[in-house]
Design a protein around this ligand. Structure first.
Ligand code: IPM
Ligand code: MG
Length: 358
């Protein structure tokens, strides 16, 4: 049956990079027998400008109806002045929670062609391949109660709730252990169990679920140490699993180890393999509209989509191979450009990938 993809370009560089990714989709549909249709819709600030909400009910319904979603990026200074309830980021959070996309896979892979782009010494990061599994629909991001209240003395107080139920920890634990089974069979669970009861329970549940995966080695690390270890000796990690907020922070840190956040895709999956796929970088308003942004993370997000939601591993490999080829050929957008490479624009990078695919 024909699969349906909802394409949400979003804000800033979103439309430019997604434009290159849909060219790749088109090529696979036309020349490689991929049975997919897609339609595009507004999300984030661009939706706010048109409809005064970052996510309309109609687009939410389209997202629920689709078999997978490809998203560019949302947000920008233009919308920062608005109330938090209608900011572009709310659209992302609502999509994640309404679609129950609790399993967030954020690979941090160093392409050997880009070893010089890392801020760490090449020997520390060469062949780096860490997978961060971030819980995406719970924790302090969604915990109730939350808000800003006024105390009796008239002082205002902001508050949020860090909460995880056993079932939430269990299901993300399974995602991490299953991923580890396909890799080096090591999971490091990151918590703050020395201070937070919520993560004490997290640790206990991780231990319990690990019994079902006797081949996988489970270790635990406090989040402060994990941040330090990521920049000290990142190759010690295979799969890291953690809660929503720690995962937000650690995944940016891990991404930077690879030298370019412009290269990294991500998947946010529900219990049935339906997912939303997006580059892990943001909307980069400073370079929006200049045909400068790196489209490779979004193109690689299409690869993850085909692999994880559509079972099209061979076509996903084709995309990964094409990206590797263009890097071998020396094509670089500004974010990964060094002396001696060929500096290309967003669309020229798209051209090069299409050529490599053909
Ligand atoms: C991310 C982003 C989002 C998050 C923001 C944009 C809401 O930083 O996907 O990592 O905090 O989850
Ligand atoms: Mg983040």
């Amino acid at each position: 049956m024909t699969k349906k993809v909802l394409v949400l370009p979003g804000d800033g560089i979103g439309p430019e990079i997604v434009g290159q990714a849909t060219r790749v989709l088109d090529a696979l549909i036309e020349n490689h027998g991929l049975d997919v249709t897609y339609e595009s819709a507004l999300v984030g600030g661009s939706s706010y400008d048109a409809h005064e909400t970052p996510l309309t009910d109609e687009v939410l319904a389209q997202a629920k109806d689709a078999d997978a979603i490809l998203l560019g990026a949302v947000g920008g200074p233009k919308w920062e002045q608005y109330d938090i309830s209608v900011r572009p980021e709310k659209a992302l959070l609502k999509l994640r929670s309404e679609l129950e996309l609790f399993g967030n896979l954020r690979p941090a892979i160093l392409y050997k062609q880009l070893a010089d782009a890392s801020s760490l010494k090449p020997e520390l990061v060469s062949d780096l391949d860490v997978l961060i599994v971030r819980e995406l629909t719970g924790g302090i991001y969604f915990g109730q109660p939350r808000g800003i209240r006024t105390l009796e003395n008239g002082e205002r107080q902001g508050f949020n709730t860090y909460v995880y139920s056993e079932s939430e920890v269990e299901r993300i634990a399974h995602v991490a252990f299953k991923a580890a089974m396909l890799r080096d069979k090591r999971v490091c669970s990151v918590d703050k169990a020395n201070v937070l009861e919520a993560t004490e329970l997290w640790r206990e549940v991780m231990e319990r679920v690990s019994k079902e995966y006797p081949e996988v080695e489970l270790t635990h690390m406090y989040v402060d140490n994990a941040a330090m270890q990521l920049v000290r000796a990142p190759k010690q990690f295979d799969v890291m699993v953690t809660g929503n907020m720690f995962g937000d922070i650690l995944s940016d840190c891990a991404a930077m180890l690879t030298g370019s956040i412009g290269m990294l895709p991500s998947a946010s999956l529900d219990a049935n393999g339906k997912g939303m796929y997006e580059p892990i970088h943001g909307s980069a308003p400073d370079i929006a509209g200049q045909n400068k942004a790196n489209p490779l993370a979004t193109i690689l997000s299409v690869s993850m989509l085909l692999r994880h939601s559509f079972g099209e591993g061979a076509l996903a490999d084709k995309i990964d191979q094409a990206v590797s080829t263009v890097l071998d050929q020396g094509y670089r957008t500004a974010d990964i450009h060094t002396e001696g490479d060929t500096l290309v624009s967003t669309t020229e990078m798209g051209d090069a990938v299409l050529k490599a695919l053909a």
